[in-house]
Each structure stands twice: as C-alpha cells, then as structure tokens.
Ligand binder design. Structure first.
Ligand SMILES: Nc1ncnc2c1ncn2[C@@H]1O[C@H](COP(=O)(O)OP(=O)(O)OP(=O)(O)O)[C@@H](O)[C@H]1O
Ligand SMILES: [Mg+2]
Length: 318
C-alpha cells in the first residue's frame, strides 16, 4: 500500500548498481570499487535526473549492506550551503569510528555545487585530514562550480543523459508493473520531452497515467505542456513558405491548446530547425533569426508580437 503513494521516481529508483541504465563507464568502476572494498574520493557530475544520487545510494548499499547506517552519511548541500555543514556534521561524522567490517566511511554530499566557495575550501581540508578513514562522493550538475583543488582530489565520473533505447527499456519495465499500455510513439514522445532526464520521464509517465491507462503521444505532450513536434515543424514550414496567415493560426493553436509560453515555443522551434529539409545556409539563417527574437523575448518584449514577427522573418531566410 505504501508503495502506491510513492512518486514513481522513488518507487522505481534502481536499488542495485546493475539496475542503473546507461552510465556504463561509471558503473563499471563503481562495481570494481565495491568488490575491492576500496575507492577514491569521487565527483559525480552531470545533468539532473540521470542517476548520480541513485548510483551513490546503490554503491553505499552494496558496500556496507546491513552496516550502512553507521557508515554512510548523506547530506544535501543545497539545504545548508554554508561552512557550518562542513565544520559540523561532516567533521563529526568523519571523526567517529566506523562500524562493523567497513574499511572506511562514506560521505555523500549531494548537490555539492550549491556549497559556497568558503565551504568548499573547508571541505578540501576535511577531505585531506580524514583521508585514511573516510571517502567522499560529491554530486554536482556543474563540475565547473566545484573548486579546482577538490576536483583534483577526486576521480571524476561524468553522467550522461540517457539515450532513447535506455529510457525505453526503463519505461517498459514501469509500464509492465503499472499495467499501462504505452504506444511506441508515446515512448518517443517521453524521450523528446525529457531529453534524457529519467526523473522527468518518470514524472511525465506518472502524470499521464492519472488520465488514462493507455498512453499516447498526444497525452504525453499535453501532460508535459509541450506541443507535438510535428505541429511546431508544420508551423515553421508554413512560415518559411511565406504562408504567414496559416503559420499564425498554428501559433494560436499552440498557445491556446497547450498553454505554451513564448519561451517554450521558441525552444521547441529551436529543436525542430535542425530537422527541417532545407539547405544548411537557410537553417543557419533561421537560427540567427530565432536567436534575435529569443533575446528580445528574454528582455521582456511582448511574447505574441515577437513570435509573430519571428514567423514573418522566417519567410525572408534564404
Ligand atoms: N540511469 C538511470 N537508470 C534508471 N533510473 C534512473 C537513472 N537515472 C535516474 N533514474 C530515475 O530518476 C530518478 C532521479 O535520479 P537521480 O536522483 O539519481 O538523479 P540525479 O542524477 O541525482 O539528479 P540531480 O542532479 O537532479 O540530483 C531516480 O529515482 C530513478 O528513478
Ligand atoms: Mg541527485
């Protein structure tokens, strides 16, 4: 019963390293560390929802088994970004004696890029002072926000967005467990809207499942407030062909049916341009125009007017 109220991101979070999709290189190394019962300090970097936290938790479970609670500390740096977290909890934990057979204790610092530079400097010393008894895993979306001395103390693993095949496989498992019928096109749509972010993919599917057990491409796009890529592509095609009025009607539909914001629409146009069957030079020109109008939009100009002006300009791109 309790399982039923869990968000699917938790319900289907892989428990073992072997169940993590993709990330082959990182997983291979992590498995080797578990079997050797030794590991370096590590930095997991990569975009959201691709398995950094999941892998760190799975690693800790495989490494410590039943002894996990005394040997593993999980901290979220974005809750407490300052130096106190390093001076306080991390230091205390690092100093305490490890339990059971464990060769060292593991501190997982999630979202480490949220730590201030001062806190990172303090962390650098803590890492060094306790290196015989503790290991750190720091997870970050932007490795560039982690100060150089910490990076150089860590083995860096880059986590990638999942590819279509990996995501498909993970979602198929969910569909089976939840007794959903998911169209092949719907899987493609989930991949399109999530861009390889598995958390977003699971949330999208769970959102769709609240509406229907049969998940279609349309439902996926509606639930995630995205237009069908084909509709965006058609709109751009019309604009290029100089059919301004039709393109404009299409734009209306996107705004009204999907409730898309100007920026959402521009981003989707941006994703369709590479797929257009037009000469390379024309595609470059289209991107240039898009860049200009996107800038105006971000500056606060009227969304509607800028979108229409952009479509009008598209017919001049040759
Ligand atoms: N590689 C993967 N294989 C299978 N499921 C995954 C994978 N990556 C993410 N997931 C699913 O997405 C959810 C979120 O993943 P996770 O917490 O590991 O993301 P993260 O990389 O730590 O992201 P963030 O940078 O936002 O912290 C997990 O609960 C899991 O269900
Ligand atoms: Mg995480």
């Amino acid at each position: 019963m309790e399982q039923d109220i869990l968000p699917w991101t938790e319900k289907y979070r892989p428990k073992k390293l072997d169940e993590v999709m993709g990330q082959e290189e990182a997983i291979k190394s992590l498995k080797a560390f578990v079997s050797k019962k030794n590991m370096p300090n590590m930095l997991f970097s990569g975009p959201p929802g691709v398995g950094k936290t999941t892998s760190a938790l799975a690693l800790a479970h495989e490494l410590f088994g039943a002894d996990i609670s005394g040997n593993f500390l999980e901290l979220n740096a974005s809750d407490d970004r300052g130096i106190d977290i390093v001076r306080g909890r991390i230091k205390d934990f690092a100093r305490s004696v490890s339990l059971g057979e464990a060769p060292f204790k593991l501190i997982f610092l999630d979202e480490g890029d949220a730590l201030t530079a001062d806190a990172q400097q303090a962390l650098r010393r803590t890492m060094e002072a306790n290196s015989s008894v503790t290991r750190f895993i720091i997870s970050a979306n932007y490795s560039s926000r982690i100060i150089e001395p910490i990076q150089s103390r860590c083995a860096v693993f880059r986590f990638m967005p999942l590819n279509a095949k990996e995501m498909h496989k993970a979602l198929e498992h969910v569909a089976r467990c939840e007794k959903l019928k998911v169209d092949e096109k719907a899987y493609e749509a989930v991949f399109y809207v999530s861009e390889g972010d598995m958390r977003r993919a699971l949330n999208t599917i769970q959102g769709c499942a609240m509406h229907s057990e049969h998940i279609t491409e349309e439902l996926v796009h509606k639930t995630s407030s995205r237009a069908m890529p084909k509709e965006v592509k058609d709109m751009v095609g019309m604009a290029i062909a100089g059919k301004f009025q039709e393109a404009r009607e299409n734009l209306d539909k996107l705004i009204i049916t999907y409730g898309l914001s100007g920026e959402d629409i521009m981003y989707q146009v941006y994703r369709e341009i590479p797929k257009l069957d037009v000469p390379e030079k024309q595609r470059m020109k289209l991107i240039e125009i898009l860049g200009e109008y996107n800038f105006r939009l971000v500056q606060g100009a009227s969304e509607r007017i800028q979108l229409e002006a952009m479509l009008a300009q598209f017919s001049n791109a040759k």
